[in-house]
Write a protein that binds this ligand. Structure first.
Ligand SMILES: [Zn+2]
Length: 342
């Protein structure tokens, strides 16, 4: 029998975190009509065209410019065209840095408000949406930790003092302006260790995965250049003593069979769900209580009633809606009661 159920029957609280991993598909689902200014949120296959690089890639001899990963990986491994590499990196930085979250609530606002400060959202995305949504919801204080696995245009660092913050801020220690984080590009031999900021983000993800009760992977395609990273994630999750009890949720629009193949090593028996959208998952049905809801249903056979977050347009109303849940968190006792609507 597994011995670490994590569920405290007296308080109703499950002390193990929920980890959410985001890929490009999550940004796409959040902003299907583009950012505030209609700028397309690209998945990997659209990147070359969004950056206006299709003709350059063709001229450089790449027959399939939509395969950004392979193009970039080959440019780096052969060292054949450093000018083109520099051009790509400049365009990536300026394209993503110019993106802005629209004022209406997005999936990112909902995700952040649906998790507690003991949970983690880790993203592979360069775009600024998670960070910008964090900034506009941070008055609620009990937001999850966020981690940026490939660097991010909205996050800046002082490497000397090991401080990070948002673009435009100064270092709290030396008061110099924080510097942009290095973006990690799709190459087979990725170096997650040498950049102290990125190493730190990966260490945080590993720490959380070893303790998590639930893992949700949203819109992340596990591309071949990330194979080493996916192995690392799988090792941390399957080595977790709660692996036998927990649950994995995959949110992705690709065919079910393909997804089962990709994520097989993350599944324990039938403890997984494959969904086309966030609204079908534990996280949506039980915001801020997903790990409790699962544990009460499976360990205690006493399922909690669903409590889905309403589809309010204003981030402020969503923040107000979670207030009764925050009050319970402050008191350290969870009822499992649905929240009143506003
Ligand atoms: Zn500093």
């Amino acid at each position: 029998m597994p011995t670490l159920p994590s569920l405290d029957l007296a308080t109703g609280i499950n002390n193990s975190p929920h980890v959410v991993i985001l890929g490009a598909g999550a940004s796409k689902a959040s902003l299907p009509r583009g950012d505030l200014n209609g700028r397309v949120v690209p998945v990997m296959q659209q990147l070359a065209s969004c950056l206006d690089l299709t003709a350059r890639f063709k001229a450089a001899g790449f027959p399939d410019p939509s395969d950004f990963e392979s193009v970039y990986d080959e440019l780096i491994s052969t060292g054949s065209d450093p000018t083109l590499v520099a051009e790509i990196e400049t365009r990536v930085q300026s394209y993503f840095a110019a993106m802005e979250l629209p004022p209406d609530a997005t999936l990112y606002d909902r995700l952040l408000l649906s998790l507690r400060d003991s949970d983690l959202i880790a993203t592979f995305n360069w775009d600024p949406f998670l960070a910008q949504a964090f900034i506009r919801n941070r008055d609620t204080r009990r937001l999850p930790r966020i981690a940026f696995l490939h660097g991010n245009v909205e996050i800046a660092v002082c490497l000397k003092d090991r401080r990070s913050g948002f673009r435009g801020q100064v270092c709290q220690k030396c008061t110099n302006p924080l510097q942009p984080t290095r973006l990690l590009y799709p190459v087979r031999k990725k170096d997650y260790k040498s950049d102290p900021f990125i190493a730190n983000e990966w260490a945080a993800l590993e720490w959380f995965l070893k303790r998590a009760y639930m893992l949700t992977i949203f819109g992340y395609g596990a591309p071949k250049t990330d194979a080493a990273a996916v192995d690392l994630l799988s090792g941390a999750w399957t080595g977790n003593p709660r692996f036998e009890l927990g649950q994995v949720n995959i949110i992705d629009i690709r065919p079910k069979r393909q997804l089962e193949e990709t994520w097989e090593s993350f599944f324990c028996r039938d403890h997984y769900g494959i969904h086309r959208r966030l609204s079908h998952t534990w996280l949506h049905r039980h915001p801020r209580r997903s790990c409790e809801a699962l544990a009460w249903a499976t360990l205690q056979l006493a399922p909690w009633r669903n409590n889905p977050m309403p589809r309010y347009k204003s981030p402020r109303r969503l923040q107000q809606w979670i207030e009764p849940l925050l009050t319970e968190e402050q008191a350290g006792k969870f009822s499992g009661n649905p929240s009143p609507s506003l």
